[in-house]
Write a protein that binds this ligand. Structure first.
Ligand SMILES: CC(=O)N[C@H](C=O)[C@@H](O)[C@H](O)[C@H](O)CO
Ligand SMILES: CC(=O)C(=O)O
Length: 307
């Protein structure tokens, strides 16, 4: 295990990057989002990741956004900057910048155009990024469904501990609870394995998860904090009840357009983050109205109210 003393725990939101009607960065929204996270029991922000559409932003925009997030979260929330890129040069520049602005951690997804051909090759890629921010814990963002890079994390982790002095852990966005559990157990607490499938958070809690990163923690953290509280109290019926609410509303936004619809939920709760960027497409106003009606029917807005 590495000697990493830094740990990410609780619910870390993966913010939607706010854009204005013209698709430009809307930095004024960022402090409002950060305050909402604090008010709803979120412990950190994982910025410019999948939900943050980091791959649809320029390096310059990602650095500007990261600086705005650092200003808005300092002293309140842990900041994890996603620095993944298909270019190692660009990823290293983003990692060095994240360290310069004092991010608590950096993370990077696997390159998904030219892909690493082995676990060792993936570890070497991650080591190349992590060494650009040597004082900052590095997390590998495992999301095979989007990257097509699907090595077992139980094989990746020990190699990463050996070759990456600032290895902080893995952000595990996959339904493979077996690999999640094995990687977590193998680390014996020396590194984090953060869970990334919000709709099955309870299954990960049962296997020892202590931290999670997700898009729906942007607006539904109260639901998940009730899952965690009930689980810790041994009230599995209540924990399952709350987790089923998450499954229900995720099914709703997936029906209306997946991430594009997910981003519109922020508008429905009064924190409009604007449009998605191409190649994602905006949902129609009819889809938005139908989604709102579905969410009302399942009691979503009451369930996500803080307190
Ligand atoms: C692909 C993607 O966005 N994964 C997110 C985190 O990694 C999750 O938080 C999902 O958005 C969430 O589990 C809903 O499916
Ligand atoms: C959920 C998450 O980790 C992301 O959108 O990057």
């Amino acid at each position: 295990m590495n000697n990493n003393k830094f740990h990410l725990t609780g619910l870390v939101a993966a913010p939607f990057t706010p854009f204005d009607a013209n698709g430009a960065l809307n930095l004024a929204m960022i402090p409002r989002l950060a305050d909402h996270y604090v008010a709803t029991g979120v412990s950190g922000a994982f910025v410019c990741g999948t939900t943050g559409e980091g791959s649809s932003m320029s390096n310059e925009e990602r650095m500007i956004a990261a600086e705005a997030w650092r200003k808005a979260t300092a002293g309140k929330l842990k900041l994890i900057v996603h620095v993944g890129h298909n270019s190692l040069v660009d990823s290293r520049a983003l990692a060095a910048h994240a360290e310069k602005i004092g991010a608590e951690a950096v993370a990077a997804i696997a390159p998904c155009f030219f892909r690493p051909g082995s676990v060792s090759g993936l570890v070497d890629w991650c080591a190349g990024i992590a060494s650009a921010a040597p004082k900052t814990p590095f997390y590998y963002y495992h999301m095979p469904a989007m990257t097509g890079v699907n090595f077992a994390m139980v094989d990746f982790a020990p190699l990463a501990v050996k070759r990456i002095p600032n290895f902080g852990g893995i952000k595990f966005t996959h339904e493979n609870i077996m690999d999640f559990s094995s990687a977590l157990a193998a680390g014996e607490g020396g590194y984090d394995v953060l869970f990334g499938r919000d709709e099955i958070l309870l299954s990960a809690l049962v296997m020892g998860a202590t931290g999670a990163v997700g898009s729906t923690y942007n607006y539904a953290a109260p639901i998940y904090n009730r899952v965690i509280k009930a689980y810790k109290a041994g009230d599995m019926a209540a924990a399952r009840r709350e987790q089923l609410k998450s499954i229900q509303f995720i099914e709703v936004f997936c029906k209306y357009g997946g991430m594009s619809a997910n981003k519109v939920i922020m508008k429905l709760i009064g924190l409009d983050c604007g449009p998605v960027r191409q190649p994602l497409s905006q949902i129609t106003s009819a889809q938005e109205a139908a989604m709102k009606a579905d969410l009302e029917r399942i009691g979503f807005f009451e369930a996500v109210r803080a307190g």
